[in-house]
Write a protein that binds this ligand. Structure first.
Ligand SMILES: Nc1ncnc2c1ncn2[C@@H]1O[C@H](COP(=O)(O)OP(=O)(O)O)[C@@H](O)[C@H]1O
Ligand SMILES: [Mg+2]
Length: 435
């Protein structure tokens, strides 16, 4: 006789909702003597947003697990999914494959009583500047173009992205330029920025260096006078994928990916904070006037997925993502934003981030620094306990322990296989032999 384990759900919600608004992400490992088998279903709470940290060494299944969670949320019944949206900021270009069935793992899916299945509620966005080229190459790969609004970037954002400090001569000049332009109250363009830079008093070398950076940024084709409204990448019931992987290697010192993450985090936080206020007002009114609480949200609860997050939130240095993303991790759940983040090195993340995670999925973490870091979230367990759980796990991809801060429990778990094709596998020199 097996019963389901719901991770992330508190006692009170369990009593009211039972296993409504949950989605299966795996099964629990059961140890009997030397024998390990799979037992209870592990269901993830989708009623409320969570901060889920996935940690593990390379190839242990972190990106795959993020895909399993996104698939799970996108498979919920309409009354739940209409109030949830997933946004994957895909910095490695491995999620656009989610419309395709996972034929390569059909045998594993069969063991789980499932079949490969492509998802139609998937929307892939790429930066406007590369949309046409990608669409020409493969029309099924992308759905829409995406751009950011230039006026949304602060002087700090530009400086962080260009690798300047707001206090060096470059940063100071950029600050003056942006302040001047903002004062006019109008929307501005690269042309206005460059003209304003010329008007400022500074040495020619500094001016030229800044202008050159802005020219380069213009060439990326991701900034526009009027960019994409944020709501259009938050379609309810959908997996929205923002593929910014093209910018991974080609930009040298510029961290555009961090800037995109930072700006979107800030916009989503603003939008949901505003929305949460009207939702609460509606809840109050419906209580007073005994009216039904409206069941469809204007702006859905957002689940934001960011892989290899240590690149954007390193412990001892700052990127363009740092301020907004840390704010989101620390205070995003209350206004209705969940986060699913993955890293190879939890020990190198800001410890605040680990303590803010209410669910930790740990896949074969071995370094002591990393185990100690995970342990900070559940001080009731000794790190030796966590180590023992990790050591007992079968050496399979997707085998993990889940630390649930809501119930203060640890579960050894096998994450389920993906319905959709998992991208990002390391290339082989020859195809696998035919069976
Ligand atoms: N839950 C799982 N079930 C079956 N295979 C898995 C599972 N998780 C990962 N794998 C396999 O392991 C490979 C590496 O996983 P991936 O998520 O890309 O690793 P990383 O931790 O480096 O992100 C995948 O291509 C897949 O074949
Ligand atoms: Mg990965």
């Amino acid at each position: 006789m097996s019963y389901n384990v719901i991770i992330g759900r508190n006692e009170r919600d369990l009593k009211i909702y039972g296993d409504l608004a949950t989605t299966q992400i795996g099964k629990q490992y059961i140890q009997m003597g030397n024998l390990t088998s799979l037992g209870n279903q592990i269901l993830l709470d989708a009623l409320r947003p969570h901060v889920i940290l996935i940690a593990g060494k390379r190839g242990s299944g972190k990106s795959y697990t993020m895909g399993v969670i996104a698939e799970g949320l996108a498979s919920l019944p309409t009354e739940v999914s209409q109030n949830i949206t997933s946004l994957i900021i895909d910095t490695m270009g491995i999620y656009w494959t989610m419309k395709n069935p996972n034929y390569k793992e059909a045998n594993i899916l069969k063991e789980w009583g499932e079949e490969p299945k492509g998802f139609s509620n998937v929307k892939v966005f790429v930066p406007k500047g590369s949309f046409d080229a990608i669409k020409d190459q493969n029309p099924n790969m992308v759905d829409a173009a995406f751009s950011l609004t230039i006026t949304d970037l602060s002087a700090n954002d530009w400086s962080d992205m260009f690798g300047f400090s707001i206090n060096d001569e470059y940063g100071v000049l950029i600050n003056k330029v942006i302040e001047e332009l903002k004062e006019s109250g109008q929307r501005y363009d690269f042309k206005d920025i460059i003209e304003e830079t010329d008007r400022q008093i500074a040495s020619d070398t500094i001016k030229e260096a800044c202008k050159q950076r802005f020219e380069t940024a213009k060439g990326w084709g991701i900034f526009e006078k009027i960019g994409t409204p944020i709501e259009s990448i938050l379609t309810p019931g959908y997996i929205n994928i923002l593929d910014i992987s093209l910018y991974a290697h080609s930009l040298g010192e510029f961290n555009l990916r961090a800037l995109v993450i930072g700006l979107l985090s800030q916009k989503i936080l603003e939008l949901r904070t505003f929305e949460r206020r009207s939702e609460e007002l509606q809840e109050i009114n419906s209580t007073i006037m005994l009216r039904e609480e409206s069941s469809k949200k204007q702006i859905p609860i957002v689940w934001l997925f960011i892989d290899e997050v240590h690149e954007f939130l390193p412990a001892n240095s700052r990127t363009a993502a740092t301020p907004a993303l840390s704010r989101l991790i620390k205070g995003g759940r209350q206004p209705g934003i969940g986060l699913v983040i993955a890293t190879q090195q939890p020990g190198k993340l800001d410890t605040d981030i680990i303590t803010q995670s209410d669910l930790i999925i740990s896949q074969h973490v071995t370094a002591k620094l990393d185990i100690d870091a995970l342990n900070t979230v559940m001080q009731i367990y000794m790190s030796s306990d966590i180590k023992k759980y990790l050591m007992d796990l079968p050496k399979l991809p997707g085998a993990c322990i889940i630390l649930d801060d809501n119930s203060e429990r640890i579960y050894p778990v096998q994450i389920k296989p993906r319905f959709t094709w998992h991208g990002g596998e390391t290339p082989r020199s020859i195809p696998p032999p035919k069976k």
